[in-house]
Design a protein around this ligand. Structure first.
Ligand code: FMN
Length: 379
């Protein structure tokens, strides 16, 4: 029995469920063409805005490595270390919409079967700013983008009406999703920030505004470490630093918890999982929680800029995974998507030793609600 890696996600057919996320691997036409040739099913462009940005002096991304035999974690390159995470304070694309427009159309003409998602970002503080979202959406879809991803999650924007500052405000999430929905003929994905208390509420707001899918997670708000010798931050410009975003292996379990909260609350909705994926074993976690596609950044950055070896292994290992389970009748992602979701339950439902019972921190007895019920109501 032959396996089928293709997926239909928000009405769009991907030849495989593996995408490069919006980041340096998708910042140029050359990179995106290389990515498609390497085998990625789709890419999300580096976020496109209306105002060109100027990045800080010096490196915009660094990689934290932990020592195997000790407790050391540092950005310094040294032997005997393993990747811990990526840290970045890069802003959105420094190229204009006029620069991107002809390239979107050229890339699509060269690879009509590959999926190009345009990541867009504008402000939300006035009608003019909201109209910018519509301009970006219209131009990208006219040039042939297959879907739009709204960047509501960049963690290092000074502007209070942009990036993760929108993602933290449920009303703004809904409003932005709706203004884009009003002009979009293609699917709209909302990329949410993980840096909120209850991401289910922001996901609900995005769906109410008309989003077709949620992408999660963007990077987690974080600071570089201080060098204990010099007392300087490991990344700084003239001694100064600001918060940036953490990606890579360290955020895999964190992002899974965020994604699980949403996929359990909205089992029939579409989710694109991101965070710490470097292999099929990592991606599988997101699929088992219900995601229909996954996106990769840090692992691709470290593999010849667009991840040719990463995508080769993802395709090979997913094929092998399905072939091994042919006896169960599994042929495609739909045969195992969401299988682990029902295993995530309130703590009070986990077995305890012996016959003792736990009532979710409440006394048992008449008058107290069932702890499982309390959990459902809180959602
Ligand atoms: C250097 C760098 C730049 C990024 N730029 C963007 C961006 O422009 N838009 C966006 O939505 N996400 C951006 N991201 C976030 C990634 O798309 C992704 O959500 C995050 O890195 C988590 O995935 P990972 O663990 O595979 O790195 C960036 C990440 C990095 C490391």
């Amino acid at each position: 029995m032959s396996v089928d890696l293709s997926v239909n996600f928000t009405g769009v057919r991907f030849e495989n469920p593996f995408l490069l996320s919006s980041a340096p691997p998708t910042e140029s036409e050359a990179n995106i063409l290389r990515a498609f040739e390497a085998g990625w099913g789709g890419v999300v462009t580096k976020t496109i805005g209306l105002h060109p940005v100027v990045n800080v002096r010096g490196p915009k991304t660094k990689f934290l490595r932990s020592e195997i035999e000790s407790t050391g974690i540092s950005m310094q390159k040294r032997p005997g270390t393993a990747l811990h995470s990526s840290w970045n304070w890069e802003l959105i694309s420094d190229k204009t919409l006029d620069w991107w427009a002809p390239r979107i159309s050229r890339i699509k003409k060269a690879h009509p079967a590959k999926i190009l998602v345009a990541s867009i970002m504008a402000g939300s503080g006035s009608d003019t700013e909201l109209a910018h979202w519509q301009t970006l959406a219209r131009v990208c879809q006219e040039e042939g983008a297959d879907a739009l991803e709204l960047n509501l999650s960049c963690p290092h924007m000074d502007r209070q009406d942009m990036g993760s500052n929108i993602g933290r405000d449920r009303e703004l999430v809904s409003v932005v999703a709706q203004v884009v929905r009003d002009v979009a003929r293609i699917p709209v994905w909302a990329k949410l920030t993980p840096s909120t208390t209850d991401i289910v509420l922001e996901a609900k707001a995005a769906f109410l505004g008309g989003a077709d899918a949620i992408s999660s997670s963007n990077t987690f708000t974080s600071l570089p470490l201080v060098d204990p010798e010099t007392l300087e931050f490991e990344v700084n410009v003239d001694g100064l630093v600001s918060t940036g975003g953490l990606g890579g292996p360290a955020i895999l379990p964190l992002s899974l918890a965020k994604v699980a909260q949403m996929t359990c609350a909205f089992p029939d909705r579409s989710f694109s999982g991101i965070g710490g994926i470097a292999s099929f074993a990592h991606a599988l976690n997101y699929f088992l929680l219900g995601c229909g596609t996954v996106q990769v950044c840090t692992a691709a950055m470290l593999d010849r800029a667009v991840g040719p070896n990463v995508i080769k292994a993802l395709i090979r290992d997913m094929t092998e995974f399905l072939e091994k389970r042919a006896d169960r009748g599994w042929k495609s992602l739909e045969d195992f998507r969401g299988l682990s979701r029902e295993r995530i339950v309130p703590q009070s439902r986990i077995a305890r030793p012996g016959a003792s019972e736990y009532h979710g921190g409440h006394d048992s007895g008449e008058g107290y609600a069932d702890p499982a019920e309390l959990h459902v109501r809180a959602e």
